[in-house]
Design a protein around this ligand. Structure first.
Ligand SMILES: [Zn+2]
Length: 385
């Protein structure tokens, strides 16, 4: 959907504030990178801070830097230093690195050039020092480019902080089609996760009166089904497949902006993924792509929900039992989710991620504590067993 279509759909929500979707251009096309410098000039920015890593600098940063300099704008590149495991992560060290640079150069805007992690570093830093940021995704790897939440790792623990969305988005298909296959598979995995997040949201609305917005769920479901219907083109990383996947990720992000919270896009599969992530951090293991974990976690949650539905159902009033069972039947089974993940070349089993049965079981018992105020069927089961 275009941003305008989303604006129109959102207008049907009672009490929706259209300012929520106030945003400059959202460009998703070949050559979008070339529009960044003219945009900065038109907006009158004179000091620009680009945040990248070694890879995204090579892929697009150098070109972007030159284009901005050609417009007579002073630009500075901060390449975020990887941690001792060799990963660029959104932790206090990365944030302070960018903050010091942006402050020293008197940056008026930050350009996030990269995938989810660099966006999280940029969004938190921009918010903290009180300037806007632009989103320039280099891989269709996650649905968080346009969200406000910045998941940060603070002293080894994950914490999501509400900050700001981007002022504009320039997603260049020429860059995105060159993204590594693992990042494309991760983006697809993050989208597949909506099967269980949308279920959990509905579960919360049925069993505990959680506020539910059909429009927001519909936008997210449409984005998800678009990806599933075009899994072959995505797997082959054809331009149309990459465009569809990127558009779906952006739509899922817009759906979160419209609702003001992440229910549509993040349920038990995300909590399980976060549980694995923090375990890996504690054990100083290398990080796994967010969407790779979410895709596998979605298959696990789909399987687990089918085993616990009887117990859960026994604790619900009769009319809720039927509604919940009906919703769960709409979630594809684990075999189908793993088949789709395999099709795009992503990991499909916990063992592919180095997650053993012990960690898997621990996550299913404890992951709901990551977000104790979010109702999911996993939380309901663990709280009532
Ligand atoms: Zn996600």
């Amino acid at each position: 959907m275009s941003l305008n279509e989303i604006r129109k759909a959102a207008a049907r929500i009672v009490g929706f504030d259209p300012k929520t979707l106030d945003m400059g251009p959202v460009v998703l096309e070949a050559g979008a990178l070339r529009q960044v410098a003219p945009y900065l000039k038109e907006r009158g920015y004179k000091q620009v801070s680009i945040v990248a890593d070694e890879t995204t600098y090579e892929v697009a940063g150098r070109r972007l830097y030159d284009a901005i300099a050609t417009e007579g704008i002073s630009a500075h590149v901060t390449k975020i230093t990887p941690n001792k495991q060799g990963d660029v992560i959104a932790d206090e060290a990365s944030v302070v690195q960018l903050m010091l640079d942006a402050k020293a150069k008197k940056a008026e805007v930050i350009v996030a050039l990269g995938s989810g992690t660099l966006h999280d570093i940029a969004r938190f830093t921009a918010y903290t020092i009180g300037i806007p940021f632009l989103s320039v995704p280099t891989a269709p790897s996650v649905d968080g480019f346009n969200s406000k939440g910045a998941p940060l790792i603070i002293r080894g623990d994950k914490q999501t902080i509400q900050t700001i969305g981007p002022e504009a988005i320039f997603a260049d298909l020429d860059v995105l089609v060159e993204a590594p296959p693992a990042l494309v598979a991760a983006g697809f995995g993050d989208m597949l996760g909506k099967y269980t997040s949308l279920f959990d949201w509905k579960f919360g609305s049925i069993t505990s009166g959680e506020v539910y917005e059909q429009v927001v769920a519909d936008i997210t479901m449409k984005a998800l089904l678009d990806c599933v219907a075009h899994v072959d083109e995505i797997a082959e990383r054809k331009e149309e497949g990459i465009r569809l996947l990127t558009a779906a990720l952006l739509d899922s992000g817009f759906a979160m902006l419209v609702f003001g919270q992440s229910h549509s896009a993040s349920g038990a599969e995300h909590h399980l993924s976060h549980f694995w992530e923090t375990t890996f951090l504690r054990e100083d293991r290398r990080q796994i792509l967010h969407g790779a974990k979410v895709g596998v976690a979605c298959a696990e949650i789909s399987a687990y929900y089918r085993t616990i539905i009887g117990d859960v159902s026994a604790k619900l009033p009769a009319e809720q039992q039927d509604a919940v069972k009906l919703e769960l039947a709409k979630v594809p089974d684990e075999a189908e989710i793993r088949r789709l993940l395999t099709k795009v070349g992503g990991p499909s089993q916990p063992s592919d991620l180095g997650i053993d049965s012990e960690l898997l079981a621990a996550g299913l018992r404890e992951a709901h504590r990551i977000r104790p105020n979010r109702s999911t069927m996993l939380k309901f089961y663990n709280d009532n067993r």
